[in-house]
Design a protein around this ligand. Structure first.
Ligand code: NAD
Length: 358
């Protein structure tokens, strides 16, 4: 099979980590006889330098026509003085909106070899951690009606949180599909004891659940979910929630794993189309020095194979290779600890490639 991948390296460490992820993807292509065709595109600060805009029309059009998008990171001090609407990060919002990416998937994976990086006690995390947060990305309170009005306490301001059935249905489907590919357990997080929008959310999730009888569904209030994530994170497999609750819970979940250089993410639209990127930024402090951890981007490629291209075996191959390299004691600077072997960006990429080839 042949696949068209739009690649946006971006700024700072973006190009370095993308380079390793592409080398890994090519290794998978050779091993399993797939052809990956790449369109390298500009977005972020480098696009501002070249075209005076963070998201050139050509980038968006090419992404739309491809099977999936792989992004490094955008931004950096060079562009920090620009007005908000001109900054590199606008490219991310433009891509999400332009590509209709309504579902944000963030797995929080803690490999056993990196247990020391987790701020929770060893008895809480057991053998490691593997949670996936599915966050609704284009609705809810961040996109609801906003305004100001006079009140008896003086000037007030408001943001409306509304969800429509169709919005809940499509994000719930994504979450159930994900649960089907994992441990078949789904927790829907809401505040249905207080919010009308959450009552609707819960009803629609229940309706969608009828199409997935194999998935064990439970509901949890958001305050309890925030507490349970640090009390007993292993009770979760997939979590689905709205935009604002998801914003907070996905950060909490990734913090538990203790390392920003390890975590991938996906933003999905209709028909499993998706944009895949590490959760970290462009790390200008270490850019161009062969210091960046490429694993978050390599794991983003693994997600792309699984969730958009449906190549589960190939995806598992990458995850296993990463785990083996970590078990063998190799570490980039950000995850280095006593007695481990320190390697750079390129060496880490090569070790993972060598493992896939075995
Ligand atoms: P950051 O994630 O870039 O860096 C935070 C810290 O983590 C830094 O010390 C950095 O060196 C380290 N770090 C990050 N990724 C690493 C990796 N792969 N390996 C090793 N160490 C790593 O966040 P920041 O410093 O707040 O932001 C830097 C720039 O990135 C800003 O311009 C910001 O707007 C942008 N940003 C972009 C995205 C994105 O493109 N999705 C996300 C967040 C921040």
């Amino acid at each position: 099979m042949s696949y068209n991948i739009s690649v946006i390296p971006g700024d700072g460490i973006g190009p370095e980590v993308i380079e390793e992820a592409i080398r890994v993807l090519n290794t998978i292509g050779e091993k399993y006889n797939h052809e990956f065709l790449y369109a390298k595109l500009l977005a972020g600060g480098c696009a501002i330098d070249e075209y005076d805009e963070a998201l050139p029309a050509e980038t968006l059009v090419t992404c739309e026509a491809s099977d999936a998008v792989l992004l490094g990171a955008v931004g950096g001090p060079k562009w920090d003085t620009l007005p908000a609407e001109k900054r590199p990060e606008q490219a991310l919002l433009g891509l999400r909106k332009g590509l209709g990416l309504f579902a944000n998937l963030r797995p929080a994976i803690l490999f056993e070899a990196l247990k020391d990086a987790c701020p929770l006690k060893p008895e809480i995390i057991g053998d490691g951690l593997d949670i996936s947060v599915v966050r609704e990305l284009t609705g809810g309170i961040y996109f609801g009606e906003k305004g100001e009005k006079d009140t008896e306490f003086g000037k007030g301001a408001y943001d409306v949180k509304m969800y429509a059935e169709g919005e809940v249905k499509r994000i719930a489907k994504v979450a159930f599909e994900m649960a089907m590919k994992r441990e078949k357990k789904l927790t829907s997080v809401d505040k249905a004891n207080i919010l009308r929008s959450s009552i609707l959310w819960r009803r629609v999730v229940e309706e969608v659940a009828k199409d997935y009888p194999e998935v064990e569904l439970n509901h949890m209030y958001v305050d309890n979910a925030a507490m349970q994530l640090v009390r007993d994170p292993n009770q979760f497999d997939v979590i689905v929630t709205g935009n604002m609750f998801g914003d907070i819970l996905s950060d909490e979940a990734s913090m538990i794993t203790g390392s920003i250089g390890m975590l991938p993410s996906a933003s999905l639209g209709e028909n499993n189309f998706g944009m895949y990127e590490p959760i970290h930024g462009s790390a200008p402090d270490i850019a161009g020095q062969n210091l960046a951890n490429p694993i978050a981007t390599i794991m983003s490629v693994a997600m792309m194979l699984k969730y958009t291209l449906g190549l589960t075996k190939e995806s598992d191959d990458i995850e296993k290779a990463v785990e083996t390299v970590l078990n063998n004691g190799y570490r980039t600077g950000d995850i280095m600890s006593d007695g481990m072997k320190s390697v750079g960006t390129v060496e880490m990429g090569q070790l993972i490639i060598d493992e896939i080839k075995k």
